[in-house]
Unconditional design. Structure first.
Length: 156
């Protein structure tokens, strides 16, 4: 048995939903394969954590009646799983999504840094140009008419 197929059936194994022969295959594989055994142990621990911390709530009858009425109004649906639930359960897609998020984040960071460097270079050139022109003028706060200020709107 391969690990992929074993891991796909671990929750069904834990819930006792597998035929006896399949359950025996998984039990044998889990005993022999350390990664699958660890996966089973983690699933068992997660289930136990939920059981220990779950709070039993008894909803009022009007809540149940409202829920039944809303269900009755819904058209017959296909599979109960939403696309999001399917996506979250598929580890490959989740890993690819995480990798894409990291890559996009890194790309955004690099683009931001390059944009900032470009702005700093432009501002430095502007300051150097301004200082060169201002050095020739007696009052450094007066801008000669031939000097354009890119930070001032045209109408001023």
């Amino acid at each position: 048995m391969d690990c992929k197929r074993c891991c796909e059936d671990l929750t069904a194994y834990l819930d006792g939903e597998l035929p006896p022969a399949r359950a025996a295959e998984i039990a044998s594989h889990v005993r022999a394969c350390a990664p699958c055994g660890l996966e089973l142990k983690e699933l068992q621990e997660a289930g136990e954590f939920v059981r220990r911390h779950a709070v039993m709530l008894e909803p009022r009858p009007e809540i149940w009646n409202n829920l039944r009425a809303r269900i009755a109004l819904r058209p017959e649906a296909g599979p109960a799983r939403s696309w999001l639930a399917g996506w979250l359960w598929n580890r490959r897609l989740a890993a690819a999504g995480a990798a894409a998020a990291v890559i996009l984040g890194a790309w955004g960071y690099v683009a931001h840094r390059e944009s900032r460097r470009s702005l700093e270079r432009y501002m430095m050139e502007y300051i150097q140009q301004r200082e060169a022109v201002a050095g020739a003028v007696e009052n450094p706060f007066v801008v000669p008419p031939e000097f354009e200020n890119p930070f001032r709107p045209e109408e001023q």
